[in-house]
Design a protein around this ligand. Structure first.
Ligand SMILES: Nc1nc2c(c(=O)[nH]1)N[C@H]1C(S)=C(S)[C@@H](COP(=O)(O)OP(=O)(O)OC[C@H]3O[C@@H](n4cnc5c(=O)[nH]c(N)nc54)[C@H](O)[C@@H]3O)O[C@H]1N2
Ligand SMILES: Nc1nc2c(c(=O)[nH]1)N[C@H]1C(S)=C(S)[C@@H](COP(=O)(O)OP(=O)(O)OC[C@H]3O[C@@H](n4cnc5c(=O)[nH]c(N)nc54)[C@H](O)[C@@H]3O)O[C@H]1N2
Ligand SMILES: [Mo]
Length: 766
């Protein structure tokens, strides 16, 4: 492929305002956040509805679930459990702007392709189902009936059901999710790529292998009871802002908080919580860190290994450092693990983690001094070749001190999308367990296919080969979210039909198959009227709590359908002889929930329990020290340390989010907590790495990535920003930098694209 082709998807021109960088020294959240929310409400013209919506969000007695992150709701029924980014997220959906058929009549798709991602979404809410007209290069309105028929015909015309692939983005509610996977399996395929393939696949696989259940074991009460919190690879102040409340509470209680991240993010220093009226009034911020360890990109496993080695060394003089009884009764593989820790040299640990032995010992001492510890992580840990091994190493360390199955202790992955965990629980899984399928088949009277299906990477490869011809995107922005933009755009364009169920215009509508449909749906904030009245939908948060969400706003357009209704419409057209009562389900979602309570483990008596004030918690066997592993015990793993140090001249680049974006949704070109204004086409670098390359602040640079197969990808004229981060590392923003991530660079452990350890050369652009 020519370099020019590879550059094509570089999105958006450089912002018009003057780029600005000034390191941020204020607390996270607090008045800066309050000001940002006010500005945002004014911009979106939502000053009246906005505040009303805020009081309806995350309420224990009704209201809608924040469609932002998956952090759990306050369990004490806090009345104003909100954050800056949740507010922006809700307002973005509630905007008064509309992307009507007139907009599509004014602009060709090729024209809209040239728009920035901000501009695409900024057109407002989609109002009508639209179909692509290749003769005029415009999207034109289509009736719902005709749209469903078009999809039904395309699916029915396939030689094999495996020629279609069905993507899920993690905002989809449980009821729609259940119907969606039911339809897909009734059609005869397990091709179910989802956004989880790109974020927490590694967590699921590691926890499944180690503990026999692919989820974290702790809840917010444990966060409130723990003595030490280890926060790894998450930018809490931007991406899980309500975690700051827990960190502040933990600090006040005297708990230790250790942040492990190449960056010292804003949420890793001090925080001021918006609903804490007294602190806000007095500008009294709370420290939210006792130790910051600036690990090298990819160095987390070495750090954890070092901590484990230190615990084992300490236990020689201090037997209480290990929980021998726990290890004996509940675990398997301890001796091998001890041996591998002893065999790992400190010099290797220091080199691979980028941290000194003294610092690692400090962290280990915090760990052994604490009676109860929680390890929490997000993408900084998962999006690596060795994500699974690293999470298994975290579990190893937890097991050494019996930090499992008791209050205040355990693993706690921070999930991304608000219902990404629920999607998996309700069946979005391209390699479903036999037990799940058996129960589903029995409850729904179908015969699910047993052959495993395609995930995200597999789907793109199959599209490229011409093996997947029909693509349905249930939410999200597949084209822009996936790696290797140039390759992926071509793969998508290869499809016969692409269908996007969306709320806003995005890149996946302008990068489309030969035939293409945009199906506009209700957002979570909107009232969902069906035959039996207003319907609610349920979601599951990061900590396995399931609760109801009910919209409160008039729909953005009278032509919108709910996601369950869209699934039902597609199903009726694609499966004309299906015995599933698709229409009957849509009249009243309680009926879907009744079937779910028979089909899904942990959903017994679903309709009643989901209506309890805070919903219910799905049982976690590992928390009860019941392990569905081969040995019936928690499994230690004893792998070697991976080599993550970049070759000379190369840097390990992490792609991440700014403070002012939601995945592919860009709110502005600012990144307040990192001190950046008006700039997204940037690369954060260590000062010494810049000096060695003759690069100064704001100098334009060229970035070349090198993939496993030796191929290169390029970005030109990005501006270098000196940042406090370990030497050998670099960072910049997704989705722009997806251009640099090669499709072949996915983890052999989790099949997850490697988005945090891209091997790059950075040189001054001359
Ligand atoms: N406002 C807002 N909220 C969001 C999202 C959003 O885009 N905007 N996205 C949602 C989604 S889907 C997800 S999955 C989550 C993502 O939440 P995060 O995981 O916080 O997402 P990233 O921005 O990718 O940030 C990753 C963090 O990992 C650090 N990091 C990079 N490499 C390494 C490494 O090798 N080791 C360690 N220890 N750290 C590393 C980076 O410095 C950064 O702080 O947030 C969810 N919440
Ligand atoms: N390089 C790099 N790439 C990454 C990542 C990274 O860290 N680095 N992170 C990855 C991760 S963790 C994730 S989760 C993916 C994100 O991948 P996706 O989930 O596919 O993308 P989003 O940006 O969250 O999707 C935004 C779109 O969702 C639609 N939408 C919003 N609300 C609703 C709704 O209620 N219903 C429906 N049907 N549609 C709605 C809107 O049209 C909006 O344009 O990106 C991945 N890509
Ligand atoms: Mo995610």
């Amino acid at each position: 492929m020519e370099a020019e082709d590879e550059l094509e998807p570089q999105v958006g021109p450089r912002p018009e305002g003057f780029p600005h960088f000034h390191p941020y020294h204020h607390p996270a959240a607090g008045w800066g956040a309050a000001k940002a929310v006010t500005k945002f409400l004014l911009r979106e013209g939502e000053f009246l509805d906005g505040p009303r919506a805020m009081f309806k969000m995350n309420h224990e007695d009704g209201g809608f679930d924040c469609p932002g992150c998956a952090w759990p709701d306050d369990m004490k029924g806090l009345k104003l459990d909100i954050c800056e980014n949740g507010t922006k997220h809700v307002m973005w959906e509630m905007t008064h702007k509309r992307a009507t058929p007139e907009l599509f009549a004014r602009h060709t798709v090729s024209e809209m392709y040239e728009w920035s991602d901000f501009k695409l979404e900024d057109q407002g809410r989609l109002t009508h189902p639209m179909v692509y007209d290749p003769d005029t290069d415009h999207y034109v309105p289509i009736s719902w009936h005709a749209a469903f028929e078009m999809i039904g015909k395309a699916i029915r015309g396939l030689e094999s059901p495996n020629q279609a692939s069905y993507y899920t983005s993690g905002r989809l509610g449980n009821e729609a999710t259940f119907l969606y996977q039911l339809m897909i399996r009734e059609l005869g395929t397990n091709n179910m790529p989802d956004c989880s393939n790109m974020c927490h696949e590694a967590s699921g696989r590691a926890l499944q292998a180690a503990l026999g259940t692919g989820k974290g074991t702790v809840d917010l009460k444990d966060w409130e009871a723990t003595d030490a919190l280890f926060i790894m690879g998450v930018n809490a102040a931007s991406n899980a802002p309500r975690m700051l409340t827990s960190l502040v509470e933990a600090y006040h209680r005297g708990a230790q908080i250790v942040h492990i991240n190449p960056f010292i993010e804003a949420g890793a220093t001090r925080a001021l919580i918006p609903h804490d009226i007294v602190d806000m009034a007095t500008f009294h911020s709370t420290p939210v860190s006792t130790l910051n360890l600036q690990v090298r990109v990819g160095g987390d496993m070495a750090l954890i290994r070092g901590m484990a080695k230190a615990v084992l060394e300490q236990s020689k003089n201090d037997p209480r450092a290990l929980d021998r009884e726990f290890i004996e009764r509940h675990t398997h593989g301890f001796e091998e693990y001890r041996a591998v820790c002893e065999a790992t040299e400190w010099s290797d640990i220091e080199r691979q983690s980028g941290l000194s032995r003294a610092d690692i010992l400090k962290a280990a001492r915090i760990y052994t001094d604490a009676d109860r510890s929680i390890f929490s992580w997000c993408l900084g840990v998962t999006q690596h070749e060795h994500g699974v091994s690293t999470i298994r190493e975290i579990v190893n360390l937890l097991l050494l001190r019996g930090n499992l199955g008791r209050e205040g202790a355990g693993p706690s992955p921070v999930r991304g999308h608000s219902n990404v965990q629920g999607n998996r629980t309700c069946g979005i899984d391209n390699h479903p367990p036999e037990q799940f399928l058996q129960r589903l088949d029995e409850a729904c009277n179908i015969t699910s296919p047993r052959e495993f299906g395609l995930d995200t990477i597999g789907t793109l490869q199959a599209m490229n080969r011409g093996d997947v011809k029909v693509f349905v995107g249930m939410g999200g922005n597949f084209a822009l979210a996936v790696p290797d933009s140039a390759f992926s755009y071509e793969a998508i364009r290869n499809c016969e039909l692409t269908v996007q169920v969306s709320t806003k215009l995005n890149r996946s509508h302008v990068v489309h198959g030969k035939q293409a449909l945009i199906l506009p749906c209700l957002g979570r904030t909107e009232k969902d009227h069906q035959q039996q009245g207003i319907q609610s939908t349920s979601v599951e948060d990061s900590m396995s709590m399931v609760h109801l969400s009910v919209g409160m706003k008039r729909p953005a357009s009278k032509y919108l359908l709910s996601e369950p209704a869209i699934v039902s419409g597609i199903a009726r057209a694609a499966l004309p002889t299906s015995a599933t009562p698709w229409e009957w389900y849509i009249e009243d979602y309680d009926r879907i929930r009744d079937t779910m309570s028979r089909a899904l483990d942990g959903f017994e008596d679903f309709n009643r329990r989901v209506r309890l004030p805070l919903g219910f918690r799905i049982k976690q066997p590992a928390r009860e020290l019941v392990f569905y592993t081969k040995t019936g015990k928690a499994e230690f793993s004893a792998g070697p340390l991976p080599d993550v140090v970049p070759e000379p001249g190369m840097l390990a680049l992490g792609t991440m989010r700014s403070h002012d974006q939601w995945n592919t949704t860009i709110y502005s070109d600012d990144d307040r907590y990192r001190g950046v204004k008006n700039l997204r086409t940037l690369v954060f670098m260590n000062v010494d790495d810049m000096r060695e390359r003759g690069i100064s602040e704001f100098d334009p640079v060229n970035i070349v990535s090198t993939a496993r197969d030796g191929s290169h990808r390029y970005l030109e004229d990005y501006l270098a920003i000196p940042y406090d981060m370990p030497k050998g590392c670099a960072a910049g923003y997704m989705p722009e930098m997806n251009v640099l991530c090669a499709l072949c660079d996915y983890s052999t452990e989790s099949d997850q694209p490697i988005m945090k350890h891209v091997k790059v050369h950075i040189t001054a652009a001359t």
